[in-house]
Design a protein around this ligand. Structure first.
Ligand code: PRP
Ligand code: ZN
Length: 288
């Protein structure tokens, strides 16, 4: 396969981001088979190859050009500050780096960790956090399964990523502070040019279409003509709403896109100004 004609996208092989990442790629219309998390999947309908790797390695692969693009959590970018471009935030992968102690530990606040050992895969972020709080601590860097360190007598606390919280709960750990919060982002190799840049731009347009669509809903409603001025003023839409007359001359049908984040506020306003029979539809794609 000619490598210069296809982009390589690095995604997490097995972890917090994997399922959401694959669903997002499918929503963007990419067709590929990721049987049992193989190492490699070629898209059938787009010049893109997907490589499955450890999330912590993704920034380095993208920085050195082993991959052209990557889906990764901001957490690893905060930790390693790699030489990559952040192209766009993605609407999944919410997690936070939390400090936690064994459930039965007497420690309840970060001040009590003065001089103690903290096990983590994020030593730089942890050092920065404690330096900012002027509390001297020791960090113990562990590559994976950090949550086991206190039980092994290696540390008084851990700093680990929490997404659903089930890993911490399973290991009887109690969070005491949040170091940072993070979501997934699309990163790219700096200085992509030529055909690769063109392919990357096409892909970015598709990704933005999926993100935009998931943050809007399509709404169709009926309203008396008399309430139209108040109604159009209270509907934040893309340009302006579509208005169609109904068979009943006193009524119109109004169609518009409504932002997900203010969805219920908009519904309440619409009801107040006389809207009825409100139908809400998901938007699959939205191309500016
Ligand atoms: C992180 C972290 C925990 C898990 C927490 O792993 O190390 O194992 O996520 O998720 P939970 O709160 O939903 O249980 P990550 O996906 O980064 O994989 P890695 O440990 O292989 O880097
Ligand atoms: Zn990780």
């Amino acid at each position: 396969m000619d490598n210069s004609k296809r982009l390589k996208l690095a995604v997490q092989k097995d972890g917090r981001l994997t399922e959401k990442t694959l669903a997002f790629l499918e929503d963007a219309g990419l067709e590929f088979d990721a049987f049992a998390r193989r190492l490699y999947a070629a898209c059938r309908n787009f010049p893109l190859d997907i490589v499955f790797v450890r999330d912590d390695d993704i920034p380095r692969y993208v920085a050195q050009g082993t991959a052209d693009l990557g889906f990764v959590g901001r957490d690893v970018l905060y930790e390693t500050a790699p030489a990559v471009d952040t192209v766009m935030p993605l609407p999944f992968g919410f997690c936070s780096l939390k400090l936690a102690v064994p459930r039965e530990s007497a420690i309840t606040d970060i001040g009590s960790l003065r001089g103690r050992v903290i096990a983590t895969s994020f030593p730089r972020s942890v050092k920065r956090f404690f330096a900012d709080n002027s509390i001297p601590v020791e960090t113990l860097e562990i590559g994976g399964a950090v949550e086991i360190a206190p039980a092994l007598g290696l540390s008084a606390a851990v700093a680990d990523l929490v997404s659903t919280g089930s890993t911490m709960a399973l290991n009887d750990l109690r969070p005491i502070a949040t170091i940072f919060e993070s979501t997934a982002v699309l990163i790219s190799r700096p200085g992509l040019t030529g055909l690769k840049k063109t392919i990357s731009d096409r892909l970015e347009l598709r990704f933005r279409g999926v993100v935009a669509a998931s943050s809007w809903k399509y709404v169709i409603l009926n309203a008396p003509c008399t309430s139209l001025p108040a109604l159009t003023a209270s509907v934040p839409s893309l340009k302006s709403p579509t208005i169609t007359p109904l068979a009943d001359p006193g009524w119109v049908s109004v169609a518009t896109a409504v932002r997900e984040e203010s969805f219920w506020e908009t519904m309440e306003k619409l009801k107040r100004v006389g809207a009825t029979d409100i139908i809400v539809l998901p938007i699959e794609k939205m191309v500016p």
